[in-house]
Design a protein around this ligand. Sequence first.
Ligand code: FES
Length: 163
Amino acid sequence: MSELTNPATIVQEPETPGEQATRRAFLAAAGAAGLLYTAALAYPIYRYLASPEEMALSATAVTEVTLKDAQKLPLGSVLMFKFGTAPAMLIHHADGRWIALTAVCTHLGCTVQYEPQADRIHCACHGGVYNAYTGANVSGSPPKPLKLFKTAVNDAGVEVARA
Ligand code: FES
């Protein structure tokens, strides 16, 4: 057997510093490309799994709004407002309680309405019903409850904040 074909005789020469730097740069670029690829795959999955309500709320950086003069809202009525870019509602229940919730249906994202005569929140798109005090999905298509906000009533109005 000749010396050239015998694997035991092949001697690998040490890498030069230039070759090592090139290898590191290649590995760093490959790692960055892998991260980008993973993010590109994960984002559509997140979009698919996130509810329309979560998407609407995550699109805004707003954490609190003050609804001027909303403390004058009559009992048994509702005030629709925007929490950032997302529709929301402030309900002044007949028993005096103040409840603020997102108004984006967790099924497919339609804007829901408060029905004072039935004291419930209804989605006209597919008949979803929510509890007007807790936001719980009561019947129909909605898979999740509406998100509740914190409320604080003062002389200037009603402050609504993320819970
Ligand atoms: S979008 Fe509200 S029930 Fe379908």
